[in-house]
Design a binder for this molecule. Structure first.
Ligand code: 2P0
Length: 321
């Protein structure tokens, strides 16, 4: 039986957002979400279970990590070990092919690659649904990266499910970097704070399924205008729930707002471009492959924009070895 494996998983961007957990649910989402898995922006992770080790080890790039990152990795490995006939500690070596310090989401690709590599190395079930369920317990957004193209994670679901594969609807996503350095408040912490203190959280949870239905239908019908409208509303409703927390959570910066205004102005001129932001200041702009170059040029003209990374739909998690 192999005791090591290497897996690769891509990041995903939610067009319909997950923000909030069902209480005491082992990290099940309170609202349904829908995302696109992205080409590039990937994590490659090697897991080797070794009976000679006396503790789990985690290396990201060239840096050995301890504390919270190691704890979260151990929690996933413990779940795998609970199903393994020969549990042993593991050496985990992970690498992102995008700048980790830039504040781009890395937990989705990271935990999905880890879930696939650890399951395969331990010889337990490593089909996409099992990997998605394992990844979801560590980071709910990671559940969606098990699948390529569009995938969904329903409220309370154990695992994500595929919706449209990566070749079904060609789109361009322009990741617009508006700041340097990591974000101030991590997603898990920000989410729990919003649940506990924002009077708008309950309203968010009530309305989110309607936006999910709109987004889901728009994807099946390849209707970019409707998808864009649902995505922008999901984004701003999620940010409104964060803003109403006490103390407030403001993830946008002035450059993010200028990018939103630019995208809105482009649309008034008839250009199909739609914005979204996660728990951070960077703005992702959805458009068609044909319009991508001109929209990118307009985004690079916005004062304060650092760079624009063009991506498109990518594959689900795969085993490299
Ligand atoms: C999403 N985000 O749907 C939303 C939109 C950020 C904003 O999922 O606590 O790192 O690990 O389950 O998955 C980020 O939260 O949170 C996230 P945990 P996760 O992509």
């Amino acid at each position: 039986m192999p005791n090591s494996a290497i897996a690769r998983a891509c990041a995903n961007i939610a067009f319909i957002k997950y923000w909030g957990k069902q209480p005491a649910s082992d990290n099940r989402a309170a609202v349904p979400s829908l995302s696109l898995t992205l080409a590039g922006l990937s994590t490659e992770t090697e897991v080797e279970f070794d009976s000679n080790l006396s503790a789990d080890q985690l290396v990201l790039g060239r840096t050995a990590l301890e504390g919270r990152p190691l704890e979260r990795v151990k929690a996933l490995l413990d779940r795998v070990r609970a199903q393994s006939p020969n549990p042993a500690f593991a050496r985990v070596q992970s690498r992102n092919d995008f700048p980790t310090g830039a504040g781009l989401a890395s937990s989705a690709s990271g935990f999905c690659a880890l879930a696939l590599a650890a399951s395969s190395a331990a010889g337990i079930a490593s089909d996409a649904a099992s990997v998605s369920a394992l990844a979801r317990k560590s980071s709910a957004s990671a559940a969606r990266s098990a699948f390529g193209g569009f995938s969904v994670l329903r409220a309370g679901a154990d695992a994500a499910e595929p919706l449209l594969d990566e070749n079904a609807w060609p789109l361009a996503l322009l990741v617009t970097l508006t700041a340097k350095g990591p974000k101030a408040v991590g997603s898990t912490e920000g989410m729990l704070h919003t649940e506990r203190t924002s009077p708008y959280y309950a309203t968010w949870v009530t309305h989110a399924p309607k936006l999910f239905e709109q987004g889901y239908k728009a994807v099946l019908e390849r209707d970019l205008e409707r998808l864009g409208a649902a995505m922008e509303q999901s984004t701003l409703m999620m940010h409104a729930s964060m803003l109403a927390a006490a103390p407030h959570l403001l993830y946008m910066n002035p450059v993010s707002v200028r990018v939103i205004e630019t995208v809105t102005a482009l649309r008034k001129q008839g250009t199909h471009a739609y914005f979204t932001l996660d728990a951070g200041p960077h703005v992702k702009v959805l458009t068609t492959p044909e319009l991508a170059a001109s929209v990118r040029a307009a985004l690079l003209d916005v004062e304060g924009v650092q760079s624009v990374i063009e991506t498109k739909a990518g594959p689900g998690a795969t085993l490299v070895r």
